[in-house]
Design a protein around this ligand. Structure first.
Ligand code: HEC
Length: 140
């Protein structure tokens, strides 16, 4: 009886599984320039309903990337509307229509009252081409 007879096959399967997991993780581990900034926001001066929406935003929008990404990205109102839907449609986003709407309201308020007042401090959203370039540059 050879106890290690199946070891090579087992190792092959195990390393294939690890490779797949790493690959799946890396797809969402892309680093964007805006990920490096502040990842929290003091909303104590915002209206109560916007503060409430911020809590939901902080919970839902930091699941796949840091909260710094949306906090440091500047978009127009239409772009935010499109972008919240794009994020909602990603697999396992866990964001309902109503939650998406509340988060959108927060993002628009924050855009007008903070980002638009100091545009040079924020990143413009990357285009799909720029995202693909980053993916290639980071080997993902
Ligand atoms: C299921 C995972 C997931 C969730 C949840 C998620 N995102 Fe994303 N987000 C991504 C991925 C992946 C990218 C990279 C670009 C792409 O694939 O669309 C991204 C990119 C972004 C960008 C960068 C846009 C650019 O082009 O510069 C912003 C802003 C953003 N997300 C905001 C949000 C907001 C706001 C929420 C909450 C409503 C959210 N994300 C929730 C996965 C997610």
């Amino acid at each position: 009886m050879k106890p290690f007879k199946h070891l090579p096959a087992f190792l092959a399967v195990a390393s294939a599984a690890v490779l797949c997991l790493t690959w799946a993780q890396q797809a969402s581990n892309l680093v964007l320039p805006q990920d490096k900034g502040k990842d929290t926001l003091d909303v104590s001066a915002y209206p109560p309903d916007v503060q409430k929406a911020y809590k939901l935003f902080a919970e839902k929008c930091a699941k796949c990337h840091t909260l710094a990404r949306p906090l440091n990205t500047s978009m127009t109102q239409e772009e935010w509307s499109r972008y919240v839907k794009r994020m909602m449609h990603k697999p396992n986003s866990g964001i309902s229509d109503k939650q998406g709407k509340d988060i959108y309201e927060f993002l628009v308020y924050d855009q007008k009252n903070r980002k638009d007042k100091n545009p040079a401090s924020f990143f413009k959203a990357l285009s799909d081409e720029e995202l693909q370039q980053l993916q290639r540059a980071q080997g993902k």
